[in-house]
Write a protein that binds this ligand. Structure first.
Ligand code: ATP
Ligand code: MG
Length: 256
């Protein structure tokens, strides 16, 4: 049994009297994509915020490669290898695609944010930036200003920036939300590609059960902040708690 790359122990947060995440203990192994499902308000995003350091827990801890990172701020967790995709908030809209990737690589190497001076001294970064742009299929857009990219390409760039940071753990919170039907497969392809790297640990919050079914090696279910189910996708999907949550959401989507 390999040691987990990421683990939460009794992770808990209370907002006033409401327990949004309730003593969630779960370990995640490298080479595994774990889907986190559950109805709206179940605590999925809050759980991510606790792991990435956007929120401080009321109790419990977060471990990365066996090291307790609970006391670290979000930026230090990012440097330690926790990679979280934030919808478009990590893009510099006024800079080109290539400049955005450069900045992500420089921050990874702690080279500061001087775009021009640093870059000419680090040819290895140029090669790495090219490789990142290739892998997210944006090589042809390298000189386009990020704000002028179509929405789907902006989302690809966001995944590219995450890849540039080369995290140990990738966290995606509804990565296809708000995307058009032709944009969704692009993001799913990127996640499939990341999955092939068996050294990575991927956490995916996703409501679309067909996506979960295809991508997940394991599913955990959050319900009212509590871990309700954890296991092989088919078994978890067939469980009454998921059936109820999924049917509930389908009804909401139909009504919308
Ligand atoms: N900063 C906050 N202050 C107070 N309550 C909060 C805060 N953040 C989240 N909550 C509450 O915690 C609960 C869990 O919310 P969360 O956003 O984690 O759910 P979710 O599972 O991500 O839902 P969705 O599927 O709709 O994205 C909700 O009741 C929410 O209102
Ligand atoms: Mg959420």
């Amino acid at each position: 049994m390999t040691s987990p790359s990421l683990e939460t122990r009794d992770l808990t947060i209370r907002f006033g009297g409401h327990v949004a995440v309730n003593a969630v203990s779960c370990a995640y192994q490298a080479g595994t994509l774990t889907a986190i499902v559950g109805p709206n308000g179940a605590g999925k995003t809050t759980y991510f915020n606790l792991i990435s350091g956007q929120l401080k827990p009321s109790a419990g801890s977060v471990l990365l490669d066996g090291r307790d990172i609970s006391a670290l701020p979000a930026s230090a967790r990012c440097h330690a290898g926790l990679g979280r995709a934030f919808q478009l908030t990590s893009l510099f809209p006024g800079l080109t695609v290539m400049e955005n990737v450069r900045l992500a690589l420089q921050s990874r190497k702690r080279l500061g944010l001087d775009l021009w001076h640093v870059w000419s001294d680090h040819k290895d970064l140029v090669a790495r930036a090219d490789a990142v742009l290739e892998s997210v299929a944006l090589a042809g857009r390298r000189d386009t200003v990020a704000a002028l990219l179509p929405h789907g390409d902006q989302r690809k760039l966001e995944v590219g920036l995450l890849m540039a940071l080369d995290p140990v753990v990738y966290m995606f919170d509804e990565p296809t939300a708000g995307m058009s039907v032709d944009e969704v497969p692009v993001i799913l392809d990127l996640i499939r590609m990341l999955k092939k790297d068996r050294s990575k640990t991927i956490l995916l919050v996703e409501h679309k059960m067909d996506v979960v079914r295809e991508l997940a090696d394991r599913i955990i279910v959050l319900h009212n902040g509590t871990l309700m189910a954890d296991g092989e996708p088919e078994a978890v999907i067939a469980s009454p708690v998921v059936q109820q949550a999924y049917l509930g959401m389908a009804a909401v989507e139909e009504a919308a």
